[in-house]
Ligand binder design. Structure first.
Ligand code: ATP
Ligand code: MG
Length: 331
């Protein structure tokens, strides 16, 4: 079976609908047809300042949400990145293979560092795409299911895999992004020009999966639209309405054309009300399941420990081969 690998950062108390539709839902769907490795990437989370107790809680909340979404530890390896030390080790090797200019071209760093003021961003935030390369290559992943925002980092993974293979002999599988077009970029409800991000400064435009359904319903009702009346999919001139249609279509498993038909002659208020109901229906049981997984912390930690063992077996093998090829004397 082809291998898949992906991760999510424990940078908030809840995943967003963007995380769910762009990534997590696809992870669940891929468990059986792929040899799947999924992780909570806590090493990546510390690229921006984290309070220790909060980070610990969010890591478990992230794992609980992944289980609630349908990841099954019998059918995939679910683990915490810091439990597998090979990530940091291969990360170093990869950073020595990356050009400074090459790393400087990563647009996500430019976006995220701009928010922190000049010079304030950490070196870790700068090199994080390289650690991500290590995450992927360690598992010899064929596919990486992610949202559109990760495409550039996936390109870097491919480049570095090929560079290493060229220099030291075929070692790594060259990974391919697995991006589902219709849900690859869910936009912020208040700023439909920007992607929805769980660690956004303002939560006003986020649908958070674990939020009180009433809060989400209110955010959907106040979503930014436009001054027309027509419910029509047009991402250029109607980005807000188009985003709502995308979300509706994805959650309701319907086509956008079908929705446009249904809402002929109806107003934005009708669309928002129905979407709010669909979101509530979908995520109320999700929230309950997440709380159940969190209630038994011992069991949750045991699941993660077991996933970490499975992951480590694969990661250690790759790292040993890499060290050998580079010319390190064996221990
Ligand atoms: P942060 O703000 O901390 O970076 P995030 O919401 O961007 O959080 P990540 O943990 O960085 O989430 O990414 C987890 C996965 O979710 C990645 O595969 C990413 O591509 C995907 N993803 C994030 N935001 C969206 C979005 N708005 N639409 C679709 N996919 C998304
Ligand atoms: Mg992100």
């Amino acid at each position: 079976r082809p291998r898949v690998l992906s991760g999510i950062q424990p940078t908030a108390d809840s995943f967003t609908l963007g995380n769910y539709l762009g990534a997590v839902r696809n992870w669940v769907a891929m468990q059986d047809d792929y040899d799947a490795f999924y992780m909570v990437v806590d090493l990546h989370a510390i690229t921006v300042e984290q309070d220790p107790a909060t980070l610990r809680r969010r890591t478990r909340v992230a794992a609980a949400q992944l289980l609630a979404a349908g990841l099954d530890p019998q059918r995939c390896a679910l683990f915490v990145q810091s439990h597998v030390p090979e990530h940091a080790q291969l990360g170093w090797v990869m950073s020595c293979l990356t050009g400074f200019g090459e790393a400087s071209r990563m647009t996500q760093f430019k976006d995220k560092s701009a928010k922190q003021g000049s010079g304030a961003a950490s070196v870790g935030l700068f090199t994080y795409p390289i650690l991500q390369v290590a995450d992927i290559l360690l598992y010899q992943a064929n596919y990486v299911p992610v949202g559109e925002d990760q495409r550039q980092h996936l390109e870097l993974s491919r480049d570095l895999a090929q560079r290493f293979n060229g220099r030291y002999g075929k070692t790594f599988t060259v990974p391919e992004p697995y991006i589902v077009k219709d849900t690859a970029k869910i936009m912020d409800l208040q700023d439909p020009g920007a992607k929805m991000s769980k660690s956004a400064e303002s939560p006003a435009g986020l649908i958070e999966l674990l939020a009180d359904p009433k809060v989400n319903a209110k955010k959907i009702r106040s979503a930014v639209t436009d001054t027309e009346r027509e419910i029509r999919f047009d991402e250029v001139s109607k980005p807000g309405v188009s985003n709502l249609l995308r979300i509706y279509a994805a959650l309701g498993e319907r086509s956008i054309a079908d929705l446009e038909q249904e809402y002929v002659g109806k107003g934005y208020g009708d669309l928002k009300k129905d979407l709010a109901e669909l979101v509530t229906e979908t995520f109320t049981p999700f929230k309950e399941r997440t709380e159940q997984f969190l209630a038994d912390e011992g069991k949750l930690d045991a699941i993660l420990a077991e996933g970490g063992e499975k992951a480590r077996a694969v990661a250690a093998k790759t790292l040993a081969e890499v060290y050998e090829r580079i010319g390190f004397v064996p221990r």
